[in-house]
Write a protein of this length. Structure first.
Length: 170
């Protein structure tokens, strides 16, 4: 099995479900970290470069919805709520809290895998667009819009406006 360049964080208080989720994604080549509650999750996301969190809503201490709101306010990490709460209002509240997706237990592991793959693809496309969105390449020149810099084909960086630029007011 080839290793997938993605890190998942499973936050699930039920040991059997946590172990099954971790094992399933590890078999598919993902690096998987697991936690039984919300303690230290934000540090783990930062320190381990987590791509996607699979979060149960009914966690002891800080619940999954509160954790989702906090993560969304500080991070672009992917969030899929994986929970036994299957009422329509629960789904709505979960998505309004900032989750990217919502899956109810019992779930089909293959469906969850597809949802993770799709979310990972979207996150990576957004990141690539964000990185390239401020740069324009043309005829071996590169214009960095945010920095207001132009890189010549020889690799020289020119800032805009250049020092020799004079403003004309009429």
């Amino acid at each position: 099995m080839t290793e997938i360049d993605a890190i998942l964080l499973v936050i699930e208080d039920e040991p059997i479900t946590r172990t099954q989720l971790a094992a399933h994604f590890q078999r598919e080549g993902y690096t998987v970290l697991a936690r039984e509650n919300a303690n230290g999750v934000e540090d783990t996301i930062k320190n381990e470069n987590v791509d996607i969190c699979l979060i149960d809503i009914n966690l002891p201490g800080k619940d999954g919805l509160t954790l989702t709101r906090e993560l969304r306010s500080r991070s672009d990490v992917g969030i899929i709520l994986v929970t036994g709460k299957d009422e329509q209002i629960d789904r709505i509240v979960g998505l309004e809290s900032g989750a990217d997706d919502y899956v109810t237990k019992p779930f089909n592991p293959r469906e969850l895998l597809s949802r993770v793959k799709n979310l990972l693809w979207r996150l990576r496309a957004q990141q690539k667009q964000k990185e390239q969105g401020t740069k324009r390449h043309f005829a071996n020149w590169m214009l960095h819009l945010n920095k207001r810099e132009l890189t010549t084909p020889a690799g020289e960086i020119q800032s805009y406006p250049p020092a020799s630029f004079t403003y004309c007011l009429r």
